[in-house]
Design a protein around this ligand. Structure first.
Ligand SMILES: [Zn+2]
Length: 753
């Protein structure tokens, strides 16, 4: 006898399933995702015997932590809403079935924000398991449960189910998004670390077979757990959230100020281990909503009317926002690469720091004339140290010739510039270069052109040059831990090999410090010893294809403390469209600002010279609630001035707020009565020296905070964060940006036949 399932039986089936889920939830924290529910035919065939429910228990995905065990990615409970339309289809009363479909479509469409028709169609399918929506959060689930209770008379609970799963959650929104990546609908890693370490994070799904007696009227059932799910392992990164935040902050400011057209990238790395402390890419995304475009990109898409073009543009822009420029894109490194040429020549004892090279503005190789950026007849005779500080191409062509093609190629390979670095991220790009270098390729390669490498290769090369000569493997995961915090695997710095000697590396450190002190002055960090090199490369292939000759990449690598290096910061800004494009003018300031914030954080105490002490900022003390005389004394002791407003005895309000950082000599406004804040008009603070900015600020009644290198009294300000003419509170802090305009790195190829 064939038994057709009736409403009663179906209801029981659902109850049993819910009970099984409940039991399992109690037994472990794992969750259920049904992969197979008996379909109609099987149901009918087996209905008189036993019903089997075969379910996968999805393992909770591992978390991702930063180096201080701050959560960067975790999972929170979520639910899948599904229907069992066959239950409705098999109702004898067709008008009742129709009423149920309508009620479900109406209720769920309004709760889940979906189309009525879409849900109505799902409710007609020939199936016992149709997903309505995934990743529903607790609040919505509660609403659904209440709605089910409200429709008790239709027994809607028999046709709707909720499976508990998880939803990936990134507590810091876009912080480090291009590094972290994101997951898909089924929590599978689709980009970044989520993708690279997907197997580790996913864990192993378990499996459950639950059985129930379909004939019984006494609700007897049993279940058997076949395999338990194994929770995914967690990643502990080398990345430090604070360093990451600082890298992103100053990159974003620079992208805005310099009108960067093709995004920018910043990498902060430990030069001894290759551990990545920060990796920022501008124009990134929120991994909680990876498919959402920025407002600007969305507007671009919306403006397209053709559906096909619209969709193509949309995926192009999505891929762009997900792309990790620091790892997946290559570029011509330009003059930053002179670090390599100098290190190789020193290592091979072809030169010393004091060897001299003559630049007469132009230099001919195999009939091709290379010009120096110095238009005033060239740099003349200069030492190796001066040549790198001058970023003189003719000098580096001569050094390249001393090295020769074979040795150049040997070190190109030894520095790992012929392959990938092996960083633990998906999509690392391969470099490209001439396998066979002729005299002109050697000449151009010596100053960083005619070949492409990735930013991550460039910073790794710089690390090797200063860390005693050892290669590094850049990496983001320090260790992998299980759910009990046992270390399963940790990064071992065992692939280190010595590429250049300690002696050569020591000479490189001295030379790169000289470069920052004499050439790349915008890389200076008050209170610290810093080495570095700037670069400005023309985007030759794009120039040839577009005809636009003004396409540059301005870059910089800075290293500190240069006498015993720990950290390197690499900055690249691709296609600046503002007034400046030299790496020394646009990228070195970013490196300096990042180091200014992170070196004290990393435990390095600044050692200021007397001259620097005059220029450092002071933290404003909290004097609210204090007697006015005591407040005055404290403020004066910090070399700040004050202005009292009101005739009260105690300070009721102060501006700037306690903890704000203001330039030495700044003014604190002390209110002794509850009155409206007085206002000031922001003056023009651009194109002035530091002392001129100070006096303009004091006259206007505002405070200033300086950003960037003020290496000499001739350095001028180039931007202010609150525009001139705006009305602000008296005592408001305005950030003023400085850079040394004389220290441009003008090492574009400038090749002519
Ligand atoms: Zn020169």
């Amino acid at each position: 006898m064939s038994v057709r399932p009736n409403k009663q039986m179906l209801k029981r089936a659902v109850i049993v399933m819910v009970l099984v889920v409940l039991c399992l939830t109690l037994v472990s924290t794992t969750s259920l995702v049904k992969i197979m529910i008996v379909n109609g035919e099987e149901y009918q065939a087996k209905a008189s015997e036993q019903q089997l429910y075969d379910s996968l228990i999805s393992a909770p995905r591992g978390d991702i932590y930063d180096s201080n065990m701050n959560l960067l990615a975790t999972s929170s409970p979520a639910w899948t809403v599904y229907l069992t339309p066959n239950g409705i289809n098999k109702l004898d009363d067709k008008s009742e079935a129709e009423e149920i479909r309508k009620t479900i479509a109406e209720g769920l469409s309004s709760i889940l924000g979906m189309e009525y028709d879409e849900i109505y169609e799902l409710s007609q399918k020939e199936s016992y398991y149709v997903i309505v929506k995934k990743k529903i959060e607790q609040e919505t689930v509660d609403t659904i449960r209440q709605w089910i209770l409200d429709n008790e008379k239709l027994e809607i609970a028999s046709y709707i189910g909720l499976d508990e799963t998880t939803k990936r959650y990134y507590p810091n929104d876009s912080l480090a998004s291009t590094v972290l990546g994101f997951v898909g609908d089924d929590n599978q890693g689709l980009a970044g670390l989520e993708s690279y370490y997907d197997n580790e994070l996913t864990g192993v799904a378990g499996r459950v077979v639950a059985a129930k007696n379909a004939k019984g009227t006494d609700m007897r059932f049993s279940y058997e757990k076949v395999e338990e799910a194994k929770q995914g392992n967690s990643l502990v990164l080398t990345l430090d959230s604070y360093v990451q935040y600082v890298c992103e902050k100053y990159l974003d400011i620079a992208v805005e100020q310099e009108q960067i057209q093709e995004r920018g990238a910043v990498i902060a790395m430990n030069v001894n281990t290759g551990a990545i402390l920060g990796m920022a890419v501008s124009g990134d995304f929120n991994p909680n909503e990876p498919f959402a475009l920025s407002a600007e990109d969305q507007a671009t898409v919306d403006a397209i009317t053709n559906e096909e073009e619209k969709s193509a543009k949309r995926s192009e822009l999505l891929n762009r926002q997900w792309r990790n420029k620091a790892v997946s894109d290559t570029y011509e490194p330009g003059s930053v690469f002179k670090i390599f040429t100098a290190a190789v020549a020193l290592e091979e004892n072809l030169v010393t720091a004091n060897s001299t090279f003559t630049c007469n503005h132009s230099y001919i190789v195999a009939g091709r004339t290379y010009h120096c950026h110095d238009k005033k007849g060239g740099h003349g005779t200069q030492t190796l140290q001066q040549s790198i500080s001058n970023s003189c191409n003719p000098a580096f062509i001569q050094i390249g010739q001393l090295i020769g093609v074979d040795t150049f190629s040997k070190y190109f390979s030894a520095f790992n510039l012929t392959g990938k670095t092996g960083i633990d991220l998906p999509g690392e790009a391969s470099p490209y270069y001439h396998e066979e270098r002729g005299p002109t390729e050697l000449a151009s390669s010596s100053f960083g052109q005619t070949f492409n490498i990735t930013p991550i290769q460039m910073i790794s090369l710089a690390a090797t040059a200063v860390n005693g000569g050892y290669s590094v493997t850049p990496h983001l995961v320090d260790k992998i831990i299980d759910s009990d915090n046992n270390v399963i695997e940790s990064f071992l710095n065992e692939n280190r090999k010595q590429v250049i000697s300690e002696t050569t590396s020591a000479t490189m450190r001295t030379m790169l410090e000289y470069v920052v002190e004499n050439g790349a002055k915008n890389g200076i960090v008050s209170g610290y010893r810093v080495g570095g090199k700037t670069g400005t490369s023309q985007k030759m292939s794009k120039i040839l294809s577009t005809g636009n000759s003004h396409l540059y990449i301005g870059s910089y690598v800075g290293i500190a403390p240069i006498d015993d290096p720990e950290i390197a910061v690499f900055v690249m800004l691709d296609e600046p469209a503002g007034a400046n494009y030299y790496g020394g003018l646009i990228s070195a300031p970013v490196g300096s600002k990042i180091m200014t914030d992170i070196l004290p954080y990393m435990g390095y105490e600044p050692q200021y010279t007397d001259e620097e002490l005059e220029k450092i900022s002071v933290s404003v003390p909290d004097v609210t609630g204090e007697e006015i005389s005591a407040a005055k004394t404290r403020i004066n002791s910090l070399k700040l001035s004050y202005k009292v407003i009101g005739s009260g005895e105690t300070v009721v309000k102060q501006l700037p707020e306690a903890g704000s950082s203001v330039y030495n000599g700044g003014m604190v406004i002390l209110y002794t009565e509850e009155t409206e804040s007085q206002t000031a008009t922001v003056p023009n603070l651009i194109g002035l020296t530091a002392s001129e900015v100070n006096s303009a600020a004091a006259t206007a009644g505002i405070n200033v905070e300086f950003s960037g290198s003020i290496s000499s009294n001739t350095v001028l300000s180039y931007d202010q964060d609150i525009k001139a003419g705006e009305t602000v509170s008296l005592g408001q802090i305005v950030t003023v940006y400085f850079r040394d305009e004389a220290s441009a790195d003008m090492a574009e190829t400038d090749v002519s036949e």
